[in-house]
Ligand binder design. Structure first.
Ligand code: GAR
Length: 200
């Protein structure tokens, strides 16, 4: 059984969907949730299901990314994960951190990569006049949002779409895509783009 650590910074809705999916014959189980923000709503969920939930508060490490990552590394070393899922974890990880956990880290990003790496993805897709948007699960490498793609989900952008309405549509798709990709990744059955979801 593969051990999965999940790193979050926000509401943690993807983390919850990942945890809910890891039951029965699923080849993985969650072992720890680490949040960089003590106010993350997902922490309550993790505690309630008896999952170790740890806060490594980013704000307590001003200008000390090394210390922030060292605290996360300490928790990860104890938890000994086979897979680390970034699920709305809003920090760029250093080269040495990535090296330590090479080939174990995957991320979900709210755009159809390679389009719109970084922030404000929905606003950028609408401003560009795109007719579709979506989400991507990819392996994490040193290139920001640039690692090998494992799966994507697509939605149509409506005529009167706003960044908020698009974010809600894409997040719903993320909740389906991320568990699907994690299951395949945990079964070592996926190494490149394989899963394409479309709600159109
Ligand atoms: C998700 O939309 C995820 O794709 C995005 O943050 C949101 C987290 O939601 N991640 C990034 O933008 C990473 N660059 P959640 O906390 O409810 O899962």
């Amino acid at each position: 059984m593969k051990r999965v650590a999940i790193l979050i910074s926000g509401s943690g809705s993807n983390m919850i969907k990942l945890c809910e999916s890891m039951v029965g014959k699923h080849p993985a189980r969650p072992v720890i949730v680490i949040s960089s923000f003590s106010g993350s709503e997902g922490l309550t969920y993790a505690t309630n299901i008896g999952l170790k939930a740890v806060v490594v508060e980013f704000g307590l490490f001003p200008k000390d990314n090394f210390g922030f990552e060292a605290a996360i590394t300490e928790e990860l070393t104890l938890a000994s994960p086979d897979i680390i899922c970034l699920a709305g974890f809003m920090h760029i990880l250093s080269r040495s951190f990535l090296k330590k956990f090479a080939n174990k880290i995957i991320n979900i990003h709210p755009s159809l990569l390679p389009k719109y790496k970084g922030l404000n993805t929905h606003k950028r897709a609408i401003s560009a006049g795109d007719f579709e948007a979506g989400c991507t699960v990819h392996k994490v490498t040193e290139e920001l949002d640039g690692g090998p793609i494992l799966g994507q989900g697509k939605v149509l952008i409506d005529k009167n779409e706003t960044p908020e309405s698009l974010a809600a549509k894409v997040l719903k798709l993320e909740h389906t895509l991320y568990p699907l990709v994690l299951k395949k990744f945990a079964a070592a059955a996926i190494d490149q783009t394989e899963i394409i979801l479309s709600n159109s």
